[in-house]
Design a protein around this ligand. Sequence first.
Ligand code: AMP
Length: 309
Amino acid sequence: MRVITKVSALQAQARRWKSEGHTVALVPTMGALHAGHLSLVRAARTRGKSPRVIVSVFVNPLQFGKGEDFARYPRTLGSDLAMLEGAGVDAVFHPSVDEMYPAGFDTHVHVGAVAMPLEGRARPGHFDGVATVVARLLGASIADRAYFGQKDAQQLAVIRRVVADLAIPVEIIGRPTVREADGLAMSSRNRYLEGEQRTHALALVRALAEAQSQYHEGIRDTRLLERAMRRVLATHPGITVEYARIVDPSTFEPPAIEGRGLALIAAQVGPARLIDNAALAATDVTRFRRVRRAVVAAAHGAAAQVAAG
Ligand code: AMP
């Protein structure tokens, strides 16, 4: 596995691979890798003609706002490299900030409507930072395919917009969210969670599961479904909800057309700002709702016992 730090060296390597008949796949990350990232690597290794896989590890300052966690974002290059070597990655691109944004760098990709609501509203400038770094990474890697997680659903939509609008010759592939056994969406920011915060963080997937489950019971009024999500979130103390919305998955605005609604949540849990989402018509997270019911039932049972005693 090669570790490359220069844009010119990455381009030269990708050109060499292409001239040898390989295709090139890119998996952009900010490091602090987990099984979610590795699922993207696995997908990249198993598609296309004789693929060569590049993983970029770069904490992109452009996509962090003032007061956000750029400085303390986990940087774990040693263990990231070991994981990527084990996963059969061909090259890791780990540039410095100066290499990505050298003196004179003065182009910023600004994305329109799809980047405005939800994360765009909560984190002004975030998606322009993402769009700019991804455009540069796609140019640096001349990748045929690039892999992104549905965990960051709006980001994926923003990147599809950029690639279509700038006619960048790359196929964008979205992959499902990888979860812990109890449902928590894997995230580098989960490392910030301590003690009970880890349990509180489960409220996100349980709220999504409640919306999915009520949708399958026939409820179609998005206000009712959003209220149901908020009710679940409210059962967990120590959470500040930023949004719990149901939108159309291409515009990220309401209304959600029958069968296409996407439920999205952003919440602050202790020091971690967490996001998660689920398609209403899917059933992938419904099982995590039962855990909440069991917990609530146990709590009620205990209360009933105390009352009876
Ligand atoms: P990040 O390092 O957080 O910027 O994420 C790099 C890529 O991994 C993005 O495309 C994310 O959407 C994706 N990703 C992050 N967490 C997960 C997850 N739990 N499952 C699948 N993909 C993920």
